[in-house]
Every structure is written in structure tokens, then in C-alpha cells.
Write a protein that binds this ligand. Structure first.
Ligand SMILES: Cc1cc2nc3c(=O)[nH]c(=O)nc-3n(C[C@H](O)[C@H](O)[C@H](O)COP(=O)(O)OP(=O)(O)OC[C@H]3O[C@@H](n4cnc5c(N)ncnc54)[C@H](O)[C@@H]3O)c2cc1C
Ligand code: SF4
Length: 511
């Protein structure tokens, strides 16, 4: 055999460079389901299911093309780990070359390289052209920069791909309309009618996978009852079009808004389809740009959405590969606490955390501001270990793959990489959550109280955080005001907050 082309669960595209020039007379596709991959972190059932279902749909498409495929199923006999299953496959096929595009995880790449070395098979790793910025181009852009900032990278990408450009200048004269993208839902009327995102009834393949997951991973967190995710390209395209037609219009305005029992808001729900490579980022960006061109959505809406994909998504991937493996151990603040047990059940008195965790367990989804300013914010303020928090984020979301999860969690949400690629810690008191949502009105705590029985944990722990990091925060223009505000509190108030925070930190399980 000439090439065995290894297709990983997050590489499900026929435009993959590894499949270019595929010759069914001398090549074969290899796909491996490995139970060990579901337990590296304690994966949400829906996360396991979306990978398996999308892989099986892709397998069927490969078979329809008449291409040879070796598909190793979850319940095949043999060792559970991916590495041992790969070794067994290499012994079965004895190819000249194992061909693949870059893995989405540093550990996975090491496992594959080790298996090939042990079995004496040449490994050929090709650029993953799904991404618009190659690892090499990102390295070149980052060279000589100690601190990396999205804003400058994003401008380079806009120019290079001529997205929302008028010659060499951005359409509308501004590179970003972030300031227009922070509205809350009206407090009196709430979010109103938001068009439903596309959802897909499980077909026979998915139903079989759901039963398999229940059978093999009964104790894993989360539920499969609401599983409606797109699992093949046709569904992913439909989900994208529905979003562009019906929801992009308000994406920008309400990007940072939260409301009880409103798990998705105006967000796209496209991250899993993108990360599995069922969608190409170029087609999603093009669709948003076209909607703006036709006058269907405002520039603010189109730019706000495009920035997430052309900007953040590519930037985050670049940073991951640049800073791995060190990023995995990053811990700027030296935080060491374990997660409170209610992270896995949602049973907490904090209404904002309860709502965000409840929907996470139901769907495997929370939108960005819930991940960043509710769950991530709480994790920073309560001094949780970045590694344990990151394992939780990797386990619990259907779109979680390490290249995107790790930098977002340790780098952006927990500031564990210091100012390497975010200019300030994303911390806020209960007042922020109160402004951006209706959570506080149904909560046992009061966002305005810093001490006492009703003190909001976000508020108490926020002031405690500022107290502990005052000198660093004062020296950064983006956080100097936070430090300055501390001096508006009396010495008595400050010491009361510290004492109350210490009690909370010792009893996180009780919050
Ligand atoms: C602590 C934390 C952990 C995260 N973990 C993941 C993860 O495991 N997988 C993941 O895909 N995203 C992750 N994100 C980024 C972001 O929250 C999700 O991409 C987004 O919530 C997915 O929902 P959506 O598709 O409705 O996104 P939308 O809000 O509709 O945004 C559109 C698209 O932009 C992309 N995008 C937006 N923000 C980011 C970002 N910060 N980084 C990379 N891409 C982005 C996604 O592909 C997303 O589908 C994380 C963010 C935080 C703060
Ligand atoms: S009062 Fe505090 S804990 Fe309760 S919902 Fe508001 S921010 Fe969250």
C-alpha cells in the first residue's frame, strides 16, 4: 500500500490536503474511534456523540465514493487508546507512508509520531488548509513580538483576504465596531422573539451512536436528550444559511447579552461544525460579507461576526501552536484550587452560574460571554487551577478541541499566560453580570453587596482579587481604574471584604 490517509475526527472534509490525489488503487483511508479519547478528560456525552456521529457520516461518504476505508469502531476488540489502535492499523496495512493534515492537538500529534516511529512507517504531515493562516505564516507575523494582539493580526487578515475592504482601508472607516456590540436585552421586555437556530432530528446513524454513548459512557456528564447538532456537511450548510438569513442581523448588537433560559441568543451555534471541518471558514465569512453586500445586515453585524472567525479563531490557533507545550502549564497567578463539585451538576445558589452550567450540561453549549464573563470570571476570582478548569472546558463543550479550548481558557478567560495575548484579566463584579443579564433578579445573592450573607460571590471575590493584584493592575492603563476604585473603599470595608472572601474561598462548594 502506498498511503494510508489518517482522517481524525476533527478533519472531516474532502477538501483536506491529505486526500488530494487519493488513488483508490493504492491508498486507503483510516479512521479510528478510540474509547480512550473520551476519557482523557471526562467528556460530556454530547461531545463524544457529535464526534462519533460526524465521523460515521463521513465514513459513509468515503464508502459512497468507492474509496477503500479501514474504520475502527469504538466497540471493536483491542486496546482502548488511540495510539495502540493506530499501531495495530499500521501493522495491518504496512503502508509506505502515513499521510495526514496537522492534528488539532499537540498530544495527538506526539502519539501519532511515536506510533509511526515504533512501526517504522514514514509520517507525512501536511498543512491544514482549512485554516486561513498557516502555522508558518502566523510564526512569521509573531516573530519579534513579545505580546501578541488580535487587533493587529485581524487587520493583516482583512487586508490579505480582502474582507470588508475598500482598497487598503476598511469599509466604514473603522476596523472594528466592538463598541456597538455590547447591548443587553431590554430589562423590561427581555430578549423577545429570537428565531430558532436550525436543529436536526437524529437519523439512524446518530441514533445508533447515541445508544452506544449511553451504553459505554453512562456515568459521563451531560445529557443526550437535546442532541440536535449538525453531523454532516449538508446539515452544517443548512445551519449556516439559517443563521445568515435569520439571526446574523442581531448577532453584533446582542453578542454580550445574557438572559435566563436563553441558551443561544443571537449566536450562530456554528463552532462545532467549523471545528469538525464540516464548514470551511471562508464560506462562512463570505456568506456574512455577502449578506452585508446585499443590504440584509448592517456593517456592525457582519464585521462583529466576521471578526470572530477571521480574527479570533485564526489568532487563537496560531497562538496555540506557537506556545505549546508550555501553554498547558501556564499559571500566571499561581492559582491551585480545585473545582467546586457543582461545576458537574449545576447545583449552586448563584443564578448566573446555575443557568450557564445547566444549559451546558443539557446541550454541551454556552455562548462566549457565559464562558468568559460568568464561568471563566468565576474561575479566576475563586483562584481555581487553570489546568483543572481547562480540563473541564475541554470535557464539557461539543466544540472543544484543544487548539481552540486551551488558549481561550488559560490565556483569555484565566489570564494564566499573563499579557502574552490578552491585555488584561477579564474579571468583573456582579454589577457587570447584573447589567448584561436578568440573572441577578432571580438570585439569592445581591450584586451590590460586598459583605454579609447576601453578598454576591462575584462582587466579594472581585474586590478581593483587586486587593491582591492592586500594584499590577494600577500599572496597566486598561486596568488602572479598577485599582483606583479600590481606594474609594474604607480600610474597614477592605478588610471586611478580605475576610468574607477568605470564607467563601474555603467553602466554594457551598456557594
Ligand atoms: C473559556 C472559553 C473556552 C472556549 N472554548 C472553546 C472551544 O472549546 N471551542 C471553540 O470553538 N470555541 C471556544 N471558545 C470560544 C467561543 O466561546 C466559542 O467559539 C463560541 O461560544 C461558540 O459558539 P457559537 O458558534 O454560537 O459562536 P458565535 O458567537 O456565533 O461566533 C461565531 C464563530 O466565531 C468563532 N469564535 C468566536 N469566538 C472565538 C474565540 N474566542 N476563539 C475561537 N473562535 C471563536 C467560532 O467558530 C464561532 O462559531 C471558548 C471561549 C472561552 C472564553
Ligand atoms: S447576584 Fe451575583 S451570583 Fe447572583 S446572579 Fe447576580 S452576579 Fe450571579
Amino acid at each position: 500500500m502506498r498511503h494510508v490517509v489518517l482522517v481524525l475526527g476533527d478533519q472531516l472534509s474532502f477538501t483536506s490536503s491529505a486526500l488530494e490525489g487519493f488513488d483508490s488503487a493504492q491508498d486507503s483511508v483510516l479512521m479510528i474511534e478510540a474509547p480512550g479519547e473520551a476519557t482523557v478528560v471526562w467528556s460530556h456525552k454530547a461531545r463524544i456523540a457529535i464526534f462519533l456521529s460526524a465521523m460515521r457520516h463521513f465514513m459513509n461518504q468515503v464508502a459512497e465514493r468507492g474509496w477503500p476505508i479501514d474504520y475502527v469502531r469504538l466497540d471493536n476488540a483491542g486496546e482502548p487508546s488511540f495510539g495502540s489502535r493506530l499501531r495495530a492499523a499500521l501493522r495491518r496495512h504496512r503502508p509506505q507512508v502515513l499521510r495526514m493534515v496537522e492534528a488539532g492537538e499537540w498530544r495527538m500529534h506526539q502519539d501519532i509520531a511515536a506510533a509511526c516511529k515504533d512501526e517504522g512507517v514514514t509520517l507525512q504531515v501536511l498543512d491544514d488548509t482549512h485554516f486561513m493562516c498557516s502555522r508558518r505564516d502566523f510564526e512569521n507575523w509573531a516573530r519579534g513580538k513579545r505580546e501578541l494582539r488580535l487587533e493587529f493580526f485581524y487587520r493583516v487578515m482583512r487586508r490579505q483576504f480582502k474582507v470588508l475592504m475598500d482598497g487598503s482601508e476598511p469599509i466604514g472607516g473603522l476596523w472594528n465596531f466592538d463598541a456597538e456590540n455590547r447591548s443587553a436585552y431590554p430589562k423590561r421586555t427581555g430578549p423577545g422573539d429570537i428565531p430558532e437556530p436550525a436543529g436536526f432530528e437524529p437519523d439512524a446513524v446518530t441514533r445508533e451512536v447515541l445508544a452506544l454513548v449511553e451504553k459505554h459512557f453512562p456515568d459521563h456528564p451531560g445529557s443526550l436528550e437535546c442532541f440536535r447538532w449538525p453531523v454532516h456537511r449538508g446539515q452544517a450548510l443548512e445551519a449556516m444559511q439559517r443563521f445568515i438569513d435569520e439571526r446574523l442581523v442581531n448577532f453584533g448588537t446582542f453578542q454580550d447579552a445574557m438572559w435566563t433560559n436563553t441558551p443561544v441568543g443571537w449566536h450562530s451555534l456554528l463552532s462545532a461544525a467549523l471545528n469538525l471541518h464540516l464548514l470551511d471558514p471562508r464560506e462562512v465569512i463570505f456568506a456574512a460579507q455577502e449578506a452585508y453586500g446585499k443590504g440584509l445586515v448592517s456593517l456592525e453585524a457582519a464585521e462583529g461576526f466576521i471578526r470572530q472567525i477571521l480574527g479570533w479563531r485564526e489568532f487563537i490557533r496560531g497562538v496555540y501552536w506557537l506556545d505549546m507545550p508550555a501553554m498547558k502549564d501556564a499559571n500566571h497567578f499561581g492559582h491551585q484550587r480545585d473545582l467546586p463539585s457543582w461545576f458537574w451538576t449545576g447545583r449552586t445558589n448563584m443564578a448566573c452560574m446555575r443557568d450557564s452550567l445547566k444549559q451546558t450540561l443539557e446541550l454541551g453549549y454556552a455562548h462566549h460571554i457565559q464562558r468568559l464573563m460568568v464561568i471563566g470570571n468565576f474561575a479566576t476570582l475563586s483562584e481555581l487551577s487553570p489546568q483543572r478548569v481547562s480540563d473541564w472546558f475541554l470535557a464539557i463543550y461539543v466544540d472543544a478541541i484543544e487548539w481552540v479550548e486551551l488558549p481561550n481558557t488559560v490565556g483569555m478567560a484565566l489570564h494564566a499566560c499573563g499579557s502574552r495575548f490578552t491585555s488584561k484579566p477579564y474579571v468583573a463584579s456582579g454589577a457587570y453580570i447584573g447589567r448584561q443579564s436578568n440573572y441577578c433578579s432571580g438570585c439569592r445573592y445581591d450584586p451590590a453587596q460586598r459583605t454579609g450573607e447576601k453578598a454576591c460571590p462575584f462582587t466579594t471575590l472581585y474586590w478581593n482579587f483587586i486587593e491582591h493584584h492592586e500594584s499590577n493592575l494600577a500599572g496597566n492603563p486598561r486596568t488602572a481604574l479598577m485599582a483606583k476604585n479600590l481606594h474609594k473603599l474604607s480600610a474597614e470595608e477592605r478588610s471586611g471584604i478580605e475576610q468574607h472572601a477568605a470564607q467563601m474561598l474555603e467553602n466554594l462548594d457551598a456557594l
